[in-house]
Design a protein around this ligand. Structure first.
Ligand SMILES: Nc1ncnc2c1ncn2[C@@H]1O[C@H](COP(=O)(O)OP(=O)(O)O)[C@@H](O)[C@H]1O
Ligand SMILES: [Mg+2]
Length: 286
C-alpha cells in the first residue's frame, strides 16, 4: 500500500465543493444541425443549483415565448429531441443526463392523463408501473387526492373529461409527486388556467413544496408568477436564450392574493418588466 493511501483526511478548512442538484455547463442546443433549418434555441447556458440538505429551492425560469425555456427543462428531464444537448454538459446530481429517470418528475401545461382511467388510477399509475400492489397504491393515491385539494369521496372515480382545468392540473401534480421525485420540472403548468384558479394553484404548489423537499424548476412567462413563486429567478433573453440575470427573491409568507397586492411585490415586478423591455428594445424586438 502506498503512503498516499494512508494519508490522513485533508484538513477540514480545505474548500469543500457542495454537491449539486443540477448543473449546466455552457449548454447549447441547435435543432436540425447541419441543415438549412438549423436553429439555435439556447446558447452557452451555465448555472448551478446546489444540493442543500432537506430543502429544495424553487427556481423560476422566466423569459419570452420561444426563448428556450422548455428546451432547458426537457434537457434536465432527458426528453428527446431536446436531449441530448448539442454542446456543453447537463448534470443531475453530479452525473451527465442520459435519459429520463425517476429522480425527475414533470408537469406540463397541456394536461396529460389517460382518458380511460379514473382520477385514482391516473394518480396511482407510476406506482402501478413499479409493481406496487393495488390496495397499497390505491391507499397512497387517495391520500394524494386529498393533499392536492380534491375530495377522495367525490373525485376519485371521476374520469378526466369530468374535471375542470384546475382539477386536472391537481391530478397531474399528484401523479408526479406520489413518486417523490428529487427534482420537479413544471412547464407553464398554470398557463391555461383562469386568474383566480391560477393563484390558488400557486398557493397549493407552495404548500406541497414545503413538505416535498424537492427542487422545483418552474417555467413561466408570467413575471408575477415568477416573483411570487421563485426563491431564485433566472431571466432568459430572447432566442437564442441565455441567462441574462439571476435574481434572489425572498418569498412573502402570505397567500398569493395578499402577497401580490403588496407595493413591494409590484416594485419587483416592475423592475423585472423594465429589464426585459430594455433587453427587447436593445435586441430590436418591439
Ligand atoms: N424539436 C424542435 N425542432 C426545431 N425547433 C424547435 C424544436 N423545439 C423547439 N424549437 C424551437 O426552439 C425555440 C425555443 O423553443 P422552446 O424551448 O419551446 O421555447 P419556450 O419554451 O421558451 O417557448 C423556438 O423557436 C422553437 O420553435
Ligand atoms: Mg415552452
Amino acid at each position: 500500500m502506498s503512503n498516499e493511501a494512508l494519508a490522513p483526511n485533508p484538513p477540514t478548512d480545505a474548500p469543500q465543493e457542495l454537491p449539486k442538484v443540477v448543473e449546466f455547463k455552457n449548454v447549447t442546443k441547435t435543432y436540425s444541425p447541419g441543415t438549412p433549418r438549423a436553429y439555435t434555441a439556447i446558447k452557452d447556458v451555465s448555472f448551478t443549483v446546489d444540493d442543500l440538505p432537506g430543502v429544495g429551492e424553487l427556481i423560476a425560469v422566466l423569459g419570452p415565448s420561444g426563448c428556450g425555456k422548455s428546451t432547458v427543462l426537457r434537457l434536465i428531464a432527458g426528453l428527446e429531441p431536446q436531449h441530448p444537448a448539442t454542446s456543453g454538459e447537463v448534470l443531475v446530481q453530479g452525473k451527465p443526463v442520459t435519459g429520463p429517470g425517476a429522480d425527475r418528475g414533470m408537469v406540463f401545461q397541456e394536461y396529460t392523463a389517460f382518458d380511460n382511467r379514473t382520477v385514482l388510477d391516473n394518480i396511482a399509475f407510476g406506482l402501478e408501473c413499479l409493481g406496487v400492489p393495488k390496495p397499497v397504491r390505491h391507499q397512497r393515491a387517495l391520500e394524494w387526492i386529498g393533499k392536492v385539494g380534491l375530495c377522495p369521496e367525490r373525485d376519485a372515480f371521476k374520469y378526466p373529461h369530468q374535471l375542470s382545468g384546475g382539477m386536472r392540473q391537481r391530478v397531474a401534480i399528484a401523479r408526479t409527486l406520489i413518486l417523490k421525485p428529487r427534482i420537479l420540472l413544471m412547464d407553464e403548468p398554470f398557463g391555461a388556467l383562469d386568474p383566480m384558479t391560477r393563484l390558488r394553484m400557486q398557493d397549493l404548489l407552495i404548500d406541497l413544496w414545503k413538505c416535498a423537499e424537492a427542487t422545483v424548476f418552474f417555467v413561466t412567462h408570467s413575471i408575477e408568477e415568477a416573483v411570487f413563486l421563485g426563491d431564485r429567478i433566472y431571466i432568459f433573453s430572447s432566442a437564442p436564450g441565455t441567462i441574462i440575470e439571476e435574481i434572489h427573491a425572498p418569498r412573502q409568507k402570505l397567500p398569493a392574493v395578499e402577497a401580490q397586492a403588496l407595493p413591494e411585490f409590484a416594485e419587483r415586478v416592475r423592475y423585472i418588466r423594465e429589464k426585459i423591455a430594455k433587453m427587447e428594445s436593445d435586441a430590436g424586438v418591439l
